[in-house]
Design a protein around this ligand. Structure first.
Ligand code: V47
Ligand code: SF4
Length: 390
């Protein structure tokens, strides 16, 4: 999907400070935090979109990755009380939530026997009684049942609590989980790192340094991880740049991050319901600046269950090169927070067609971005007829 006119033509139409930033980006040079902030403050949506698209196509051409996955949410009982969370229940009210047994989790995995999923994403609340031993055993059993299924599991928030409770260092805890079968980590729990915002929206969970240390340790253990940013609530542009800058610095040190996933704040049924949700124009601007700022992150992912599938399609013109995933209606975090996707599930044919509708090339990937199948020349009717592809 090449731009309608050459990027240089667009660049020549903007004011000098923005032009200087654009020229750096076109020359594949890194932009500074001050320049990132200026993009947020002064960059128009078409300008940011065209630049982000230029970078996205330089890195990935027209390819748009997706994966076939399902989630297991072991519990929504949580010792923490993040103000933006619509999903969790405190331990005293655990009868209003759910607590899966090990067997129930294994049964979910077994229900995918014979189906071509490549990843299980395990994430949930921080339950005071689901400890390290419980999860080590669960990981071992899942791996014993289906060794080829990639287990992406546990946010740094869950791990921080689990390791502290088990009196393990981060290094010991991470090594133990890796040995038990944990393959990689998702990017949740990052929210906004800056203490002025973090202390206001999620004061009691792991802080920025703790989150970053857990990811750094995972990278040193040889695992890849993702990173998120919960945006569009009370944070400023400067807080967003600060957040992305901390991630970019760690990526320079370790190279262990795969993808950056901006998560749009949804405001239904939580303690921040009085905060308005961001506009779609602001959403696209953020995706574009993320692509421009995070120059050392290979991928920018749109999580369609949170954004809605139509807006997720739109992000593919604003720097995004990855859509997660088939999901199969196995996560409740976003439907409970008011997303338009109340039963998030897409067949392979639906995902492929979402990507093709906006002129991109759908490529199925595994969690670590190895290509599994390119759907560029595959007829949608063939996918619908093939039971192994749905
Ligand atoms: O950390 C919770 C977010 C995250 C709300 O790594 C909310 O591949 C918006 O991290 N509005 C968990 N967001 C989910 C997550 C994730 C999702 C998909 C893929 C990956 C990956 C990671 O959900 C939490 C928090 O930031 N969240 N409540 C809400 N009301
Ligand atoms: Fe618990 Fe996570 Fe919800 Fe915070 S966002 S209350 S840590 S489930």
């Amino acid at each position: 999907m090449a731009s309608v006119f050459p990027i240089q033509t667009l660049v020549s139409t903007v004011d000098k400070p923005l032009r200087a930033i654009a020229e750096k980006i076109i020359a594949a040079e890194r932009i500074t935090p001050e320049e990132g902030l200026l993009l947020f403050e002064k960059g128009s949506l078409p300008f940011l979109g065209a630049l982000a698209n230029h970078v996205r196509e330089r890195k990935h051409g027209n390819k748009t990755y997706f994966n076939r996955n399902f989630h297991i949410e072991p519990t929504n009982v949580c010792v923490f009380t993040c103000n933006f969370c619509s999903y969790s229940r405190v331990y005293a009210h655990r009868d209003e939530g759910w607590e899966l047994t090990q067997q129930q989790m294994l049964d979910i995995v077994k229900s995918y026997d014979g189906k071509p999923v490549t990843e299980v994403h395990i994430v949930g609340g921080v339950h005071p009684k689901m400890n390290m031993e419980f999860f080590v055993e669960t990981l071992r059993k899942i791996k014993a049942h289906r060794p080829d299924l990639h287990i992406k599991g546990f946010t740094a928030v869950e791990l921080d609590y689990m390791f502290r409770k088990a009196k393990l260092t981060v290094e010991e805890g991470m090594h133990r989980l890796h040995a038990a079968g944990l393959d990689s980590m998702p990017g949740g729990g990052a929210e906004i790192f800056h203490p002025d915002i973090r202390n206001a929206i999620c004061p009691d969970k792991v802080d920025a340094d703790g989150w970053l240390k857990i990811h750094e340790t995972a990278h040193r253990e040889g695992m890849h991880t993702n990173a998120t940013m919960l945006y569009g609530h009370i944070e400023t542009y400067a807080h967003r740049i600060d957040h992305m800058n901390r991630l970019r610095d760690l990526q320079d040190k370790t190279g262990g991050f795969n993808t950056f996933i901006p998560l749009k704040f949804r405001n239904k049924d939580n303690d921040m319901s009085n905060v308005a949700e961001s506009s779609v124009a602001e959403d696209m601007k953020l995706y574009a600046v993320a692509r421009l700022y995070m120059d050392n992150f290979p991928h920018i992912k749109a999580y369609w269950p949170m954004l809605g599938r139509k807006n997720a399609q739109l992000t593919l013109a604003f720097g995004v090169n990855d859509l997660d995933g088939t999901i199969d209606d196995t996560t409740k975090i976003y439907s409970m927070a008011g997303s338009e996707e109340q039963t998030p599930s897409l067949s392979t044919a639906q995902l492929v067609s979402l990507i093709k509708q906006v002129g991109r090339e759908p490529v199925e990937r595994d969690t670590l971005y190895h290509e599994i199948k390119n759907y560029k020349d595959v007829d949608l009717a063939t996918i619908e007829l093939d039971p192994t592809l749905n």
